[in-house]
Design a protein around this ligand. Structure first.
Ligand code: HEC
Ligand code: HEC
Length: 170
């Protein structure tokens, strides 16, 4: 091969060696190794970027906890509201829904609003066990049983786990 081709070939090799570790694991964010996939399809590269709209539907607290991939940003509750209990994760999130975290007695202890992809999260202290209610307009869904985790997608996954029928939906 001509010298100039060989040169650009080795630059390409060098570049891919430098970039592959970053691209390959989304800058260290890896839902599979955190066991956070919750039955979701593969995440897009945008969704692997850290921030409020990341990884809708995945089990946020598997990373956002002490010892997790986002240990500096531990959450007390987090999850995603979808338009269907059994749909995919990368689209179908419901923006602007109200999420009420209830105490065991049913009184409201924390009120959150879902963002553009349907995600909600908080660092504020939450009393366990908790219950929850999601609502928007005339639609309301309420969790009547008490649960001892704010990691909503731990149960609200596809398929649903621990008795949940699927994702949180309105
Ligand atoms: C596979 C691991 C993983 C999962 C799952 C995950 N995150 Fe993150 N998240 C991270 C990492 C890593 C950071 C960057 C933390 C840092 O900068 O120290 C981050 C940062 C953030 C931030 C910015 C920091 C902050 O606390 O304001 C927000 C907001 C956030 N994530 C929300 C979520 C939400 C909501 C979910 C679930 C729908 C979620 N994340 C799921 C790993 C994850
Ligand atoms: C340990 C498992 C578990 C966790 C964690 C959990 N849920 Fe649930 N959720 C359930 C089960 C089981 C049901 C069905 C029975 C009931 O209503 O209590 C349910 C029902 C619901 C419902 C009623 C609609 C439906 O799908 O049946 C909503 C809304 C809900 N949960 C929201 C939440 C929110 C918000 C969180 C996180 C703050 C959360 N859940 C965390 C297990 C869980």
């Amino acid at each position: 091969m001509p010298a100039n081709k060989r040169m650009s070939y080795s630059i390409a090799l060098l570049l891919s060696a430098v970039l592959a570790p970053i691209a390959g694991c989304g800058g260290g964010i890896d839902p599979a190794s955190a066991n956070a996939v919750a039955g979701c399809e593969a995440a897009t590269s945008d969704q692997l970027a850290a921030g409020a709209t990341m990884l809708p539907g995945r089990a946020c607290l598997n990373c956002h906890k002490a010892g997790g991939q986002a240990a500096e940003h531990a959450f007390t509750v987090a999850g995603t509201v979808f338009s269907s209990a059994t749909g995919n994760c990368n689209s179908g999130g419901v923006a602007g829904a109200t999420v009420e975290i209830l105490k065991a007695d049913g009184s409201v202890q924390l009120t959150l609003t879902t963002n553009a992809v349907g995600n909600f999260y908080s660092h504020d202290p939450v009393m366990l066990p908790l219950r929850a209610r999601v609502k928007m307009g005339t639609k309301v869904q309420e969790m009547s049983n008490q649960q001892s985790s704010g990691n909503c997608a731990q149960c609200h996954a596809k398929p649903g786990l621990s008795g949940a029928s699927g994702r949180i939906y309105l």
